[in-house]
Ligand binder design. Structure first.
Ligand code: ACO
Length: 322
């Protein structure tokens, strides 16, 4: 019998302060009605000045550890997905390891923009399946509010801050059934976050804000997510009807609805958190999973399809028997 990576705990953290669409309409030429209609977002959380990707990751991780009922020292590896690390190095995973008081495990970051949590989950799954590690902590943590240009109405309406976490453990019971990750670097200019300190004259990137051609990203995202749904079902020899819950990246309600339509799923079977969280990039899928596990919607034994799409472009999915 093979070894599966099984979810034994989830956690999440959202900063206290809310920024509503009305608040944003005081900053840029937009309106609550426009944002709600085009994105489904009503408000997002904004981290306090003393919060960071590492501090939010710690709270989400401690929750997952508590739910799992394990000691932090039992963790073999910490994989953090973030595009907004406290420091380029040490990695946010190393900072988190120290915050959790662990010395004996390995920690590293994964950078795949909004798909980061799926990439981190996929890596964790390989380690567990091969027997290299038994317990792996996966975290997505983002402080998007600090890399958003609050004068750009095309991006500032979308993003929010937060952290999500899950703990995986080796088990004879399923488990993660499959993960699928992809990237295609040809779309660099459609969505990028410059690193101004190392930007060359070539890129002329002198500020570290998210740049996005939203409408073009939107179209590629819808098509790509449709394809990855097919790929995931085919790899598992499953029909659409086998999926109990879609847990999508929370970028735009219209993208989520398109994926649900493709799966012929009612929106009742889709976990949607973006109305009050916005797009929390690599935290979003883990936050959505945590919310639906905690409120009892997701039950043991159910089949979950997690998916995400982000800068790179990167995209990925995970099929999980919870
Ligand atoms: N308020 C009012 N009007 C606006 C706003 C705004 N906030 N933003 C744009 N507009 C205007 C535009 O200027 C344009 O006006 P025009 O027709 O006079 O030129 C019009 O609205 C339509 O603009 P579009 O960009 O075509 O609007 P669209 O319906 O595509 O919605 C949005 C924009 C919400 C950004 C959408 O394209 C989107 O969600 N894109 C995908 C984002 C995404 O999935 N990103 C990937 C993950 S993020 C990551 O990896 C970091």
């Amino acid at each position: 019998m093979g070894t599966y990576a099984r979810i034994i705990g989830t956690g999440g953290y959202l900063p206290e302060s809310q920024r509503t669409n009305e608040d944003i309409s005081l900053l840029v030429d937009t309106s609550d009605a426009w944002i709600l209609e085009r994105t489904g977002i009503k408000s997002r959380r904004i981290a306090a000045a003393d919060e960071s990707a590492a501090s939010m990751a710690e709270i989400a991780a401690r929750q997952a550890i508590e739910v799992a009922g394990i000691a932090a020292e039992e963790i073999d590896a910490i994989i953090v997905a973030t595009g907004t690390p406290d420091r380029v190095y040490p990695s946010t995973a190393c900072l988190l390891q120290h915050r959790l008081g662990i010395q004996q495990c390995v920690g590293f970051d994964v950078q795949a923009a909004c798909s980061g949590s799926i990439f981190a989950l996929s890596i964790a799954d390989q380690y567990i399946k091969t027997g290299m590690y038994r317990k792996v902590l996966v975290v997505g943590s983002e402080i998007c509010s600090r890399v958003v240009d609050w004068t750009d109405r095309g991006t500032c309406i979308l993003f929010g801050d937060g952290a999500g976490a899950l703990l995986l453990e080796a088990s004879a019971e399923p488990g993660v059934l499959s993960t699928h990750i992809h990237s295609d670097g040809q779309y660099e200019e459609l969505l990028y976050l410059p690193n101004p300190q190392v930007a060359s004259a070539l890129t002329k990137d002198d500020v570290g804000f998210i740049n996005m051609r939203g409408n073009e990203v939107f179209k590629v995202a819808v098509n790509t997510l449709g394809r990855i749904v097919d790929e995931t079902l085919a790899a598992n020899n499953l029909d659409k009807t086998a999926i109990d819950w879609l847990v999508p990246h929370q970028a735009n309600i219209r993208i989520i609805e398109a994926t649900a339509r493709k799966l012929k799923m009612s929106m009742e079977q889709v976990v949607v958190t973006l109305q009050h969280q916005g797009n929390t990039s690599s935290a979003s899928v883990l936050l959505a999973l945590n919310e639906a596990v905690r409120d009892g919607r997701i039950q043991r034994g159910q089949i979950l399809l997690l998916e995400a799409f982000g800068a790179g472009f990167t995209w990925g999915s995970a099929l999980i028997k919870y």
